[in-house]
Design a protein around this ligand. Sequence first.
Ligand SMILES: Cc1ncc(COP(=O)(O)O)c(C=O)c1O
Length: 379
Amino acid sequence: MGFATDAIHVGQEPDPATGAIIVPIYQTSTFVQEELGKHKGYEYARTSNPTRAALERNLAALESGRFGFAFASGMAAINVLMTLFKSGDHIIAGHNLYGGSFRLFENVLKDFGLAFSYADTTRLDDVTRALQPNTRLLFIETPTNPVMEITDLAAAARLAHAHGLLLAVDNTFMSPYFQRPLEYGADFVVHSTTKYLNGHSDGVGGAIVLNDPSLAERVRFIQNAAGAVLGPFDSWLVLRGVKTLAVRMRQHNENGVAIAAFLQGHPKITKVHYPGLPSHPQHELAKTQMTGFGGMLSFETGSLDNARTILNSVRLCSLAESLGGVETLISHPGTMTHASVPPEERERLGITEGLVRISVGIEDVEDLISDLKQALDRI
Ligand SMILES: Cc1ncc(COP(=O)(O)O)c(C=O)c1O
């Protein structure tokens, strides 16, 4: 079946008890057993819950994986992924990660004996240089936030496997509609479902999808043992969001392409970071592993003052962190999402004081462009 069909149907058969076409919110903590040891597949809702199980089956199918697991947040999912490893293990991560992942690695997991190095994963020789005898995992985001650098997924998987490493890809920015890393050899996909998968900015959640049965058994064990599970109502919200993922992503992409072109043609903007632009240094690579470019982009306004003027002048775009919802959000990475990154490191990554990020929503694109135009007129 096609992607949109799977999004609407996998894991979402009519409810066997009532025929309800929508998977019910099984808001229950426990399940009554018919007799000792005899139950209907569910015992206790941390271990498994039918609403969450429906979402987990659905997300696995969308990411071309065999096993899906849903967690209380994207960070909870990434934390579970990391607990597959042991004290003394070394992990190489992309140098331009979501700040929360970097914070988890540096300020929490290091204290438990995991070692982290950071590499420019767009240049795989940089990854090779970071390898150590105890390296177990390569953890990447592609495209990166907010400068939209692309890592070659197939090459990263080849490199990881040649050195006995596993490859994990945070696929939050693209969603499985535009990019399915498992098909390129990745061992894990992680998501903040808070973003495009939910799509409506009304819930926080996370997921891991993978193929290997023994690793999946371990993830299942940790999911139950550590317990950071996604609740039934939040699972239901993501299930509802996912039904429209295909149409939403098409519109995010159409609007993203149009806004990137508008900004690139604007005399006051010196640079636009968007993989859909032919001027993007990895546009050709992007076309080989992504089937669209999505709704995330950033652009250079030249100074903090210019960025501030734009952010304070927009009327339709909302000044907020987060991304992937139907509404357009605009933000200043330097002082918002990436404030914890040291200034020299920000500069090195191209996260300048004048950089503005947009999560392009699915409003009428003419309205978004006229909003940006009137804001740009003020600088
Ligand atoms: C790429 C990426 N990964 C992970 C996360 C963390 O997800 P959550 O906020 O759901 O914990 C985020 C959040 O912004 C993100 O952008």
